[in-house]
Design a protein around this ligand. Structure first.
Ligand code: IMP
Ligand code: MG
Length: 182
């Protein structure tokens, strides 16, 4: 039988097994390592984890990064339940961004509201360069002009959970990615 999950009474079915996620992260890390080859301790880029969804992706990515890197985390939120509210709220004060290259590590880019706000915020804090790195992209929804430098996987416009992503705070601990099945 196909693996299934029930969260808050809603049914989900398997979409992307863990092995597939991990090999997509391998390929993405190779690309980032190539682009940042030669980075020194003095100009170490910041890997900025967007909480809470990107936690697992961040950990997996970080293990594969082979240049000096500074780790930070920030919390921006726009989702309530299974839909974006469209209003992005910042819940973190970020420090020591000035003059640094920043790689924003996102779980998923949907409308792009979150990364757009994040990018603007980082430039206003004096970031020298901002790159966006996301585990997942919903290309049918994304209509912003912010360049997505690193995208591990593209998925249809469906609500998903697992590998850090939640449905009303549950489901983050699934190692596979599941999609709403209704
Ligand atoms: P955006 O601002 O519309 O691009 O949405 C980005 C944020 O919404 C992500 O960082 C996720 O936290 C959340 N999100 C978007 N799509 C999903 C989904 O399918 N499942 C769970 N969370 C999602
Ligand atoms: Mg998120």
């Amino acid at each position: 039988m196909e693996p299934r999950l029930t969260i808050h009474g809603r049914k989900f079915k398997l979409l992307i097994p863990n092995a597939e996620i991990e090999s997509a992260i391998d390929a993405l890390a190779d690309q980032i390592n190539r682009d940042f080859e030669g980075a020194t301790e003095e100009d170490a880029p910041i890997l900025l984890c967007t909480l809470n969804g990107a936690m697992i992706f961040m950990g997996e990515l970080l293990k594969r990064i082979n240049f000096p890197v500074i780790v930070k985390a920030a919390k921006l939120s726009s989702y309530e339940g299974t839909h974006s509210t469209g209003v992005v709220k910042s819940e973190t004060v970020l420090k020591d961004i000035e003059g640094r290259s920043v790689i924003v590590v996102e779980d998923i880019v949907d409308t792009g509201n979150t990364i757009e706000v994040m990018e603007r915020m980082l430039f206003s804090l004096g970031a020298a360069d901002v790159r966006i790195c996301t585990l997942l992209l919903k290309p049918d929804v994304y209509k912003k002009s912010t360049v997505l430098d690193y995208v591990a996987m593209r998925i249809p416009n469906k609500f998903i959970v697992g590998f850090g992503l939640d449905y009303d705070e549950l489901g983050r601990n699934s190692k596979d990615i599941y999609v709403l099945d209704e």
